[in-house]
Design a protein around this ligand. Structure first.
Ligand SMILES: [Zn+2]
Length: 150
C-alpha cells in the first residue's frame, strides 16, 4: 500500500502534569496527548464500531487539549468517513472560541491497519492538519499519525 504524500510522525503520550511543556521545540514533529484524552478518543471511536468514526483533536502548539467527536456523514460508514460542512464550521468555531487551533483530523479503521488508504490520500481536505488513524483490526487499538506533504 502506498503512503503517497503522507509521512508518519510521532504521537507522544504525556501525563497531565507534563502537558504544559509537552509540545516544546525539541519535538516539533510530534503531537503530545494525555492518556485520558487518548482513552476518550478510543472510547468514542469504539462506540460506533463497526462503522468508521471521525473527530478533531485541537489544542495549543503541539499539545492536544480537546477531542471533539463528529457525526460521520458518509453514506457507507463501514468503510468511509465524511464531515458535513456545517459540523466542520461549528467545530472550528468552538475550537477558536477556546483559543485553540485545530491539530489533527482523527478517524478510525474498523478492520484495516492504521495507515492512510488510497481513498484517504486522494480525499484529504485538511492540508494543515495531521492525519491520525486508529485501527481496531487487532486485539488492541493501534494509532498512527501522519503529516501531509513532503
Ligand atoms: Zn481511512
Amino acid at each position: 500500500m502506498s503512503q503517497g504524500r503522507f509521512r508518519p510522525v510521532a504521537l507522544r503520550q504525556v501525563d497531565a502534569g507534563d502537558a504544559r511543556d509537552a509540545g516544546d521545540v525539541h519535538h516539533p514533529d510530534s503531537l503530545a496527548i494525555s492518556a485520558s484524552l487518548l482513552h476518550h478518543t478510543v472510547t468514542d471511536l469504539c462506540n460506533v464500531l463497526p462503522e468508521e468514526g471521525v473527530g478533531l483533536w485541537s489544542g495549543h502548539g503541539r499539545d492536544v487539549r480537546t477531542w471533539t467527536f463528529l457525526p460521520n456523514a458518509a453514506q457507507d460508514r463501514l468503510v468511509r468517513y465524511a464531515v458535513q460542512p456545517q459540523d466542520w464550521i461549528a467545530v472550528l468555531r468552538a475550537v477558536s472560541s477556546r483559543g485553540e487551533i485545530p491539530l489533527a483530523l482523527v478517524h478510525s479503521h474498523p478492520t484495516t491497519p492504521a495507515v492512510p488508504s488510497d481513498y484517504d490520500q486522494s480525499h484529504w481536505h485538511y492540508p494543515d492538519l495531521w492525519c491520525v488513524i486508529f485501527s481496531f483490526a487487532g486485539e488492541t487499538p493501534q494509532c498512527n499519525a501522519y503529516k501531509f506533504g513532503k
